[in-house]
Design a protein around this ligand. Structure first.
Ligand code: TRP
Ligand code: ZN
Length: 895
């Protein structure tokens, strides 16, 4: 554990180090409890920096020796602290040799060198390398790595590190070794090693310029039949980056390794990506369509980092969005292109479905973050623990900021900016300013005001007002922006906000847009740039009052405030030519109905669903010209987290009552339609992962949800039969989820059967845990989900030391099941505090993620607030609390 009360690090304090490292030669003598790491560093004075001592970071290291130029250091030349060594050096170059001993077996943090299922693995981003050896562990120090691994051949027959394998051989006593050299200088956070008993799926491909590269996906023996999709995804990502950005793989060998114990999704270590197994392994019997989609996008994300992150890296961790926002944007574009290609003629709809998915994530995770005590700009100004800033803001809002640049500059302008960025900065560690400056220069466009997106926290509001002048056929649109204050940042300046606009005529068709002063009408969607607090646009030449469709495609990460009555929302649900906005109109209407039902439930009034809403909803349900994947999105109600964010005060129990009521009503009233739909969607033959098939499966599974929620006998029977006879996980799990969420009597037996079938499959069991932790209770007499979760902690398939298990069981309960977690008696919160404290002792990163579940507690009803506070205080006072959890609870209590 690190020190308590971690100091706050400020972005503006950045200064280059006096000494940097040119080359590092690492030798690992791998041993479960006493791995010896010998590090030889060729260090050089940094001519650009102020003079000073050579600085090294270290954490949880046992230092066996340190020599300078082959000699013991002169007295007083080395000052040693707990996590820092300072060395006074004469001259401009020096060689250090440092020997440390570490205990991978005891390393439960999953940062640094650790063990998982008998193997050795590393995770170094952000500051894990210092848990392996003393080193200036920051991304602006880029060194050439040479790595020798030596280990027991029976335990770890496979020895991998970054770059190229240059030598391998046997050693006495059943040991062997391998030496790897990475030709590209890199920061320490991109170092990796893997030593384990693994097998690989291999493929050879030619790059665009005709070089042959070896691709490998390494997994545990027995999982070789689950790697094909990851390999396919990798090849698609390679091709896409060549075609879209002219970026080629620069190594002769590219490896992906799956590991079962991993804190996050995956890691882009140079040439040796290490993945959470859930983002590699898939076969029809164990993975759902959504799993297949996630694998494709995570494989691509890590691959894309090779250019955006590795070739050009971050100067310091405040610049994290430089690589993450840009790489998320790239993986989103890639997935959209893949979906569109597979969909053929339905390409536009497929793209909209992907955009909807991405915006759902943004609204569910980033908007609440921006409205709470952890609110920060995509480039934070300060942090205590950098691991706490791998956030939805840095990743997802960061990607939205890049997307706005793409919208403002156009695809070609954006590509030119990327080319210039690489031509200037390849091989460097740079800042977000460097990126935006390249975009600016390549396009001859001033982006100074745009840079405010990097500096301001909080979700901007854009209020829209329209004025129709029947006399001259003009429509005046006024857009006004406002960003609410966030902790430590009360003043907000106007941003550059691209607002894509369309005007819909009374017949439902888009009108060609002609702005005052223009000679003729043009396109039906235009991007307006709101770059002041308020601006007006006058559209002319209109024959009837139009209905505005604003923020098409979600052209900016803002909350649009536009007064629309129910009839207008229904009109846009039926007619908006922009599929994203059509979906959004449905979401807005459903949100209105749900919040009204929630208010009624909170006040004990009778519940009822407006007939007009059911009719508008039914029109979408019956419109079989619409792509099934789109219909599945449009007919799914807004997420609970997002709704709670919009509810004043947030009352999870009342909202849950509303959701249960509305879901059951839509199932009951429209039962015939749902049933017809399940019959009408022709079942494809054998399972294949294809967006068109996935769309049909998603829509059928949604229909089962509504039918089971309403307990329509024909529907529950169908769910049971589909559960029993399914040929793939998407259908099987979809049916199981419908039975469980409907709280049907059949659910328990189905859960037990599912467990029996998959008891030895950890990834599938995660789904089983998550489903139960996220289940709804429809009858007040049923066992509270909290009791279920408590019991499941003791299941032989569960383990608090495996992050996937924690996220599945505790994460699903704390974050995805507010209606059950926020119990008025506070028992959910006491349980939360117990679990956070227990987790923190072993794995602070995972504990901090769970701790964040209560950061927005001040938005809840007074009864709940009263119950939360003592538990937050209990965690804050816990002995030996990590800086990770410490920062989260302190901010939650301070704000
Ligand atoms: N850089 C990784 C990515 O976004 C994620 C990452 C950061 C990570 N820190 C980590 C992964 C710690 C695992 C553990 O692709
Ligand atoms: Zn990333």
């Amino acid at each position: 554990m690190k020190t308590e009360h971690a100091p706050t690090i400020q972005r503006t304090d950045y200064a280059p180090l006096a000494w940097t490292v040119r080359r590092i030669d690492l030798h690992f003598a791998l041993d479960p409890q006493a791995t010896v790491v010998t590090s030889r560093l060729a260090c050089a004075r940094n001519p650009e920096a102020a003079p000073g001592p050579l600085l090294l970071d270290g954490e949880a290291l046992e230092t066996l020796s340190l020599t300078i130029g082959g000699l013991d250091p002169a007295p007083g030349a080395v000052r040693r602290g707990e996590t820092r060594i300072e060395i006074d050096v004469e001259g401009d170059e020096v060689e250090l040799e440092i020997v440390t001993r570490i205990n991978p077996q005891a390393n439960t943090t999953l940062s640094g060198l650790y063990r998982s299922r008998g193997g050795y693995f590393t995770q170094c981003e952000a500051e894990g390398f210092r848990r392996i050896t003393w080193f200036p562990d920051r991304p602006d120090v880029m060194a050439r790595f040479s790595v020798t691994l030596e280990g027991d051949k029976a335990v770890c027959p496979v020895l991998l590190s970054n770059g190229n394998l240059v030598e391998e051989g046997d050693l006495p006593d059943g040991r062997h070794y391998a030496r790897w050299e990475d030709p590209f200088p890199k920061p320490s956070y991109l170092f990796a090693l893997v030593a384990a008993d693994l097998v690989a799926l291999e493929r050879r491909e030619l790059t665009a310029s005709g070089r042959e590269v070896l691709l490998q996906v390494w997994v545990e023996r027995g999982n070789l039949d689950r790697c094909e999709h990851a390999m396919e995804s990798l090849v698609h990502a390679m091709r896409w980056d060549e075609e879209t950005f002219g970026l080629e793989l620069d190594l002769d060998r590219f490896m992906i390794v799956a590991v079962s114990d991993f804190n996050m999704g995956a890691m882009e270590n140079k040439g040796l990506n290490i993945f959470n197994a859930k983002y590699v392994l898939a076969k029809p019997d164990t993975a759902t369509d959504v799993d297949y989609e996630h694998i494709e996008s995570v494989v691509a994300h890590e691959y894309f980092h090779n250019w955006t992150g590795n070739r050009v890296t971050c100067r310091d961790w405040f610049q994290l969005t430089l690589k993450e926002g840009l790489t998320v944007f790239r993986d989103q574009q890639f997935s959209a292109d893949m979906l569109a290609r597979a969909a053929g003629a339905e390409g536009d709809s497929a793209r909209a479905v992907k955009r909807i998915d991405d915006v759902r994530v943004l609204r569910a995770a980033q908007f609440p973050e921006d409205a709470g005590p952890m609110a920060h700009p995509i480039r934070p100004e300060r942090y205590q623990e950098i691991n706490n800033f791998y956030t939805a803001t840095v990743y997802e809002k960061g990607a939205e900021v890049i997307r706005m640049l793409h919208t403002l500059l156009g695809p070609e302008g954006f590509r030119n900016g990327m080319d210039l960025y690489f031509s200037y900065h390849d091989g460097q560690a740079v800042t977000c300013d460097d990126f935006v400056e390249a975009m600016s220069e390549a396009n001859g466009r001033d982006l100074d005001q745009f840079m405010r997106w990097y500096a301001q926290a909080g979700t901007p509001r854009v209020a829209a007002r329209g004025g129709w002048d029947a006399a001259d056929g003009s429509y005046t649109l006024t857009l006004t922006q406002h960003t609410p204050p966030t902790p430590g940042q009360t003043e907000k300046l106007p941003l550059v906000i691209p607002v894509a606009v369309g005007l819909i005529g009374p017949d439902g068709a888009d009108l060609p847009l002609q702005l005052e002063g223009e000679a003729a009408p043009g396109a039906t969607t235009r991007v307006l740039e709101l770059n002041a607090e308020s601006r007006q646009w006058r559209f002319v030449g209109l024959s009837a009052e139009p209905v505005p469709s604003l923020l098409r495609g979600f052209s900016a990460p803002v909350i649009l405030e536009l007064e629309e009555d129910d009839a207008r929302l229904a009109f846009r649900m039926a007619n908006d030519s922009d599929a994203f906005n059509r979906w959004d109109a449905a979401q807005r209407y459903a949100e209105r109905v749900l919040l009204e039902l929630g208010a009624a439930a909170a006040e004990g009034r009778a519940l009822g669903v407006p007939v007009a809403f059911v009719e508008a909803f039914a029109r979408l349900l019956r419109d079989d010209r619409l792509d099934p994947a789109f219909r599945a999105q449009a007919l799914a109600l807004p997420g609970e987290g997002y709704l709670l964010e919009r509810m004043q005060p947030a009352d999870p129990a009342a909202l849950r009552t509303a959701q249960i009521y509305l879901g059951a009503e839509l199932g009951r009233v429209l039962a015939a339609d749902w049933l017809a739909l399940t019959e009408g969607l022709v079942e494809p033959g054998e399972y294949r992962y294809h967006p068109a098939d996935a769309g049909r499966r998603a829509l059928i599974n949604l229909a089962l949800r509504y039918l089971c929620a309403a307990r329509v006998p024909a529907g529950t029977g169908l769910a049971r039969r589909r559960f029993e006879s399914a040929s793939n996980m998407t259908d099987r799990f979809g049916a199981l989820a419908a039975l469980v969420h409907g709280a049907l009597p059949e659910a328990e037996g189905a859960l037990a059967a599912f467990y029996e079938r998959y008891r030895d499959d950890a990834l599938v069991l995660d789904k089983w845990f998550a489903l139960q932790a996220g289940a709804w209770r429809r009858d007040a007499g049923a066992t509270p989900v909290l009791e279920r979760v408590r019991a499941l902690l003791g299941d032989p398939g569960f383990s608090l030391s495996n992050p996937n298990k924690v996220y599945a069981l505790l994460g699903s309960f704390f974050r995805a099941n507010p209606g059950e977690f926020h119990l008025a008696d506070g028992s959910g919160y006491a349980f939360w505090a117990d679990q956070v404290i227990a987790l923190d002792a072993a794995n602070p990163q995972v504990a901090a993620r769970m701790a964040r579940a209560l950061e927005n507690w001040r938005r809840f009803t007074p009864v709940l607030r009263e119950a939360v506070r003592p538990q937050l205080e209990r965690v804050r006072a816990a002995e030996g609390l990590s800086p990770d959890v410490g920062e989260i609870v302190a901010k939650a209590l301070e704000a």
